[in-house]
Design a protein around this ligand. Structure first.
Ligand SMILES: Nc1nc2c(ncn2[C@@H]2O[C@H](COP(=O)(O)OP(=O)(O)OP(=O)(O)O)[C@@H](O)[C@H]2O)c(=O)[nH]1
Ligand SMILES: [Mg+2]
Length: 246
């Protein structure tokens, strides 16, 4: 269990001698015992996520968990998607942020129903938050539920929300090496959206290198290149979305 953010452990972190950081293995310092609770937190989360998934399946709702580091363009991407596809599909949105209703207000302006979840001290959405938000939102049978996770490339990957697909977004200003440095998120995703391609002439980022790095951690990962700002490449994403959501 990460003592800094309180997230569950995936056994992926290195067990070096970093005394500022407690790990979940059972060892004791003088008068101090570390209890391995990280696994239990994730077990509880996974059980609740499975219940939510059952609810989605019974109502033929397709839920997508969209994750990235802060500012990659998730909300901009959703705004354009909703404006351009809301006539073809019934959409509902859950917005996750530590604070504010800013993203929910942006989504609301598209006319699509949205619930904002403020996670407070947590740096990710968990299954309990999504389960409650789904009850508030009450998405229609046969709809698509888009869940924008908290901007963070590490912790959201550990928490199943009951979704059917996971999307990781990476923008070209972040560097080609993100899949290698944050493998958990890329390993558990089905689709990688490379955003802000309009900025490619100005940054040292080669799409082919980023794709190669992504495939090193997840050989099945699919990639789409878009600019949520200009709309370039969005057609391919709409094809993916319509093909996967029936
Ligand atoms: N040039 C360019 N800018 C973009 C693009 N997509 C988003 N942006 C800009 O990037 C900034 C962050 O966009 P958001 O959509 O708020 O990003 P986000 O991932 O939702 O951010 P958080 O919710 O805070 O994690 C804004 O200034 C957007 O206008 C893009 O395709 N190209
Ligand atoms: Mg956002």
């Amino acid at each position: 269990m990460c003592d800094t953010c309180g997230c569950g452990d995936t056994n992926e972190h290195s067990h070096g001698h970093d005394h500022d950081h407690l790990h979940d293995h059972d060892h004791s310092h003088e008068g101090q015992v570390t209890i391995p609770v990280g696994r239990d937190i994730l077990d509880m989360n996974n059980r609740l996520a499975e219940r939510t998934r059952g609810y989605f399946e019974a109502r033929n709702i397709y839920a997508i968990n969209i994750m990235s580091s802060p500012g990659s363009g998730k909300t901009t991407f959703l705004e354009r998607t909703l404006m351009e596809l809301k006539g073809d599909k019934n959409f509902f949105v859950i917005e996750g942020d530590q604070q504010t209703r800013r993203d929910a207000d942006r989504i609301s302006a598209t006319g699509v129903p949205v619930v904002q979840v403020n996670t407070g001290s947590a740096c990710h959405l968990d299954a309990g938050m999504v389960n409650r938000a789904v009850k508030d939102l009450n998405p229609e049978n046969g709809s698509v539920l888009l869940i924008e996770n908290v901007g963070n490339l590490i912790c959201p990957a550990m928490f199943d929300l009951g979704e059917m697909s996971r999307i990781v977004m990476m923008s070209v200003t972040e560097g080609e090496d993100k899949p290698l440095k944050y493998p958990g998120m890329f390993r558990t995703s089905n689709l990688c959206i490379i955003n802000k391609t309009d900025l490619l002439p100005y940054v040292d980022y080669k799409v082919e290198n980023a794709v190669e790095n992504g495939l090193k951690v997840n050989g099945r990962l699919k990639f789409l290149e878009v600019s949520a700002l200009t709309g370039a490449g969005m057609e391919e994403w709409y094809k993916w979305l319509l093909a996967n959501t029936g």
